[in-house]
Design a protein around this ligand. Sequence first.
Ligand SMILES: NC(=O)c1ccc[n+]([C@@H]2O[C@H](COP(=O)([O-])OP(=O)(O)OC[C@H]3O[C@@H](n4cnc5c(N)ncnc54)[C@H](OP(=O)(O)O)[C@@H]3O)[C@@H](O)[C@H]2O)c1
Length: 286
Amino acid sequence: MKRVSRMVTIAKSLTSTIKLNNGNDMPMFGLGMWQANSGSNGPAEKAVVYALQNGYKMIDTATLYGNQSDVGEGLRKSGVKREDVFLVTKLWTNGYESCRDEFMSSLKQLDSGYIDLYLIHSPSGGQVLESYKAMMEFQQQGLVRSIGVSNFGVQHLEGMKKAGVPTPTVNQIELHPWMKRTELVSYCRDNGIAVMGYSPLVKAERLKDPTIVSVAKKVGKTVGQVLIRYSVQMGYITIPKSEKPARIIENSQVFDWSIPEEEMATLNSLPETSCTWNPALSAWEG
Ligand SMILES: NC(=O)c1ccc[n+]([C@@H]2O[C@H](COP(=O)([O-])OP(=O)(O)OC[C@H]3O[C@@H](n4cnc5c(N)ncnc54)[C@H](OP(=O)(O)O)[C@@H]3O)[C@@H](O)[C@H]2O)c1
């Protein structure tokens, strides 16, 4: 395959955007919502209010997370206008009918007339093309601005290409110093698919790792900030999750300093190991 060289967009501020392959703009930084606890006026809702009132422009949720209504309520309570926020949610079930039902439920829970980006959460279980067909219809009806995928490997993206469906705008995959996924990231960039990284903080499971701790000491920042800044410098769209106000602020303060090349090379030399599931390795089932 001939490689097309593409410029990698690197976020310069909390409000930086990337141009998707359908011409829409998408923020490069946002708040992740996996395991943000649901409940009236609870942690998930409060985190959304706090993040939006402090400059975050994007919220990433999913049916699976069970907190779409908290996101909707948080957006309402924040006082921030709907058009100033980019909402991402994900389809958990498989197939055309199921996608239609689940999407309508998401829209209702988010209390929004449209979703900015709708992703197929995982290629596992197949029926990707059927789900995608329903997603394309929602897009034509103006109910979703952009459609994309998550946890898709090259084999899944190639399967979609061969089926002749429109290229997904985004592939959301696990990315951090222990998951660089060079081949998959290059494939996405060569094919005009924006690369969105999840678990940038490695789920807070490796915060004591000596390599990260030593880089943090050198640059005078927290370990969490180093991990998030790493994603920014790699040109990933990134969505660190926190329910804690101080960390929501801390995690967003990663745009007025940088990790030197030498330390980036050290981070990029860490061995490849996932901190979560990895459906990108599954077979293409159509
Ligand atoms: N598409 C997918 O399959 C998929 C899979 C996983 C994640 N995601 C998305 O990506 C988002 C981020 O990934 P993630 O939630 O797995 O993990 P993450 O963002 O790497 O880490 C979140 C963990 O780090 C803690 N934390 C946050 N800021 C911190 C800081 N400055 N210092 C120390 N600890 C900190 C959080 O706790 P507190 O909340 O207590 O601060 C939480 O335990 C998710 O929320 C979700 O939106 C998508």
